[in-house]
Ligand binder design. Structure first.
Ligand code: SF4
Length: 222
């Protein structure tokens, strides 16, 4: 953190004091913020989230209809030939690892949970390819359970620019964010930060002049 940002941080106030207003303004700016992955149930969301690593949601949404038409249930995906899955998901990148995770996840669901996606962080994380971020996405969006905050590249960048954390590690960032926002809004918060990160607080040249948070942000260029 630069001296300039530290000075601005003193001026805008503590993260705890600014967090409620940040949430209020983002909710007003993005009333339709939601998960951008297409899915019909928890199984589909779990698979789509695994595919979304290092890939755009739009690209994943092009691939998943084909994947789910061929493998509509965990039981069918658990028996899939890896080469066939690889061919379907190739355009999402890292397709060999993702194929291993998808089939392993489906086999884990069948073997350990009767083919039903579990509803706890610990159980979800026992599945191959499922880390805390993926589990948070599934719990928050498929089940409405706010056990944590999904921290992706946008949430990381915005949290740091907004002076809500100084950490780089997603787990530590999540730990810093959780006390700042009410648990019932944790799922929504991720979507709001992702929307804002895609539209205004973009990676290269944030559009601070158009940002509804500029007076609350220690990194603002205006
Ligand atoms: S003021 Fe600029 S850096 Fe801060 S959140 Fe807005 S766009 Fe991002």
């Amino acid at each position: 953190m630069t001296a300039k940002v530290r000075r601005r941080l003193r001026r805008v106030g503590s993260a705890a004091a600014r967090a409620p207003e940040i949430l209020t303004r983002l909710r007003a700016a993005y009333p339709d913020a939601r998960c951008a992955l297409d899915y019909r149930d928890a199984y589909q969301l779990l698979a789509a989230t695994i595919l979304s690593a290092q890939c755009t949601d739009a690209r994943v949404n092009l691939v998943t209809p084909v994947l789910f038409a061929k493998y509509p249930t965990p039981a069918t995906l658990a028996r899939a030939r890896p080469a066939t899955v690889e061919e379907i998901i190739k355009s999402t990148g890292f397709f060999r690892n993702k194929t291993r995770s998808l089939i392993g996840m489906a086999q884990g669901l069948v073997a350990e949970f009767g083919g039903i996606v579990p509803r706890t962080m610990d159980q979800l994380r026992r599945l191959p390819g499922v880390g805390r971020k993926t589990a948070n996405v599934v719990l928050g969006n498929a089940f409405g359970i706010n056990e944590g905050i999904t921290v992706d590249t946008h949430v990381t960048r915005l949290s740091r620019r907004l002076g809500l954390t100084r950490e780089d590690d997603p787990v530590k960032i999540e730990r810093d964010l959780m006390p700042l926002f009410p648990p019932e809004h944790w799922g929504l918060l991720s979507h709001l930060l992702i929307f804002h990160g895609r539209q205004i607080c973009v990676a290269r040249r944030p559009r601070c002049a158009e940002c509804v948070l500029s007076d609350l942000c220690p990194s603002s260029a205006v």
